[in-house]
Design a protein around this ligand. Structure first.
Ligand SMILES: NC(=O)c1ccc[n+]([C@@H]2O[C@H](COP(=O)([O-])OP(=O)(O)OC[C@H]3O[C@@H](n4cnc5c(N)ncnc54)[C@H](OP(=O)(O)O)[C@@H]3O)[C@@H](O)[C@H]2O)c1
Length: 287
């Protein structure tokens, strides 16, 4: 089961970046097996691969993208490779150095989307890091720039102090943590919201009665219902799967629609302590 690429709709940022409404997470996909997983994902129809300096798999992703282009599964320019700057490299010069290292690890000519991985507001160097991303974009190392785990207060500082607003904000987002306010903030500012851990790592969420009942009503799997919930709320999930069958299942969600009531019923699973690991970006620091 592969989803024809032309049937995957897009989200567009304030600066014109177009991303498919579902991307592919790559955390824990490394080495030869990782390359094979990504090549299969591209055959299935995925066109965005989400990596990070800290996943230690930028080489895997770059090798896979080269293979995908060589085998004419997809042209290089039709694929978005994303990576992220770790918290320990927020100093301006270190950030530039790290972005260049990311790029060399991929072996590609440029990284399509580069994100700050966490704001680390206690360290308080994210504006400096953002200036480095802006410079890397001007230098052609990266094509588009964005952030992860940024709250409105962090986004506003970037806009006020640099005049450049991120095109993407990748945040923890799933039915246990639906983030309605941040989603609306991003939407109002033309920032594409990407959802990490979009199926809450396939735990209890997928056996929640509200989800299994909606799945039965549509003849779909619980995972497909959750992924459709994301896209209908205007967020782009980036599920990770090493399994070809599940990769196909996760992408095959654009030929049915949830009702407004179903979307709201799933959102009602949200709770204040719904984060997977209590990583509150207002205080959490990741290096
Ligand atoms: N910016 C950040 O701070 C941040 C943080 C965390 C993650 N991320 C990104 O977000 C991506 C996705 O998040 P995640 O990997 O944490 O969690 P996830 O995508 O919610 O869940 C992945 C887990 O679900 C399983 N799975 C996938 N599809 C399934 C299906 N249809 N049915 C049953 N199980 C299924 C996978 O196993 P199999 O592989 O065996 O299918 C894997 O164990 C990451 O890979 C990474 O790229 C970013």
């Amino acid at each position: 089961m592969s989803t024809p690429v032309h049937t995957i709709p897009h989200f567009t940022s304030h600066a014109g970046l177009q991303l498919p409404q579902i991307g592919f997470g790559t955390y824990k996909l490394n080495g030869r097996a990782g390359v094979e997983s990504l090549v299969n994902a591209a055959k299935t129809g995925y066109r965005l691969f989400d990596s990070a300096f800290n996943y230690e798999n930028e080489g895997t992703v770059g090798r896979a993208v080269t293979k995908i282009a060589d085998k004419q599964i997809a042209a290089r320019e039709d694929i978005t490779v994303a990576s992220k700057l770790p918290g320990r490299h927020h100093d301006h010069d270190q950030a530039l150095y790290t972005i260049e290292e990311s790029l060399y690890r991929t072996g590609l000519d440029a990284i399509d989307l580069y994100l700050i991985h966490w704001p680390n507001p206690i360290t308080n160097k994210y504006v400096e890091a953002w200036r480095a991303l802006i410079q890397a974009q001007q230098n052609g190392l990266v094509r588009h720039i964005g952030v992860c785990n940024f709250l409105p207060e962090h986004l506003e500082r970037l806009a006020n102090e640099t005049g450049v607003l991120p095109e993407v904000n990748q945040i923890e987002l799933h039915p246990y943590y639906p983030q309605a306010e941040l989603l609306e903030y991003d939407r109002a500012h033309g920032i594409i919201t990407q959802a990490w851990s979009p199926i809450a790592r396939a735990g209890t969420l997928l056996t929640e009665p509200v989800i299994t009942q909606i799945a039965a009503a549509h003849g779909r799997t619980p995972t497909q219902i959750v992924l459709r919930w994301h896209t209908q709320r205007g967020a782009m999930p980036i599920p990770k799967s090493a399994n070809p069958g599940r990769q196909a299942e996760n992408l095959h969600v654009f030929d049915f629609e949830l009702t407004e009531e179903e979307v709201l019923a799933i959102t009602a699973l949200g709770r204040a302590d719904g984060r997977m690991k209590d990583q509150d970006p207002a205080v959490y620091e990741e290096f």
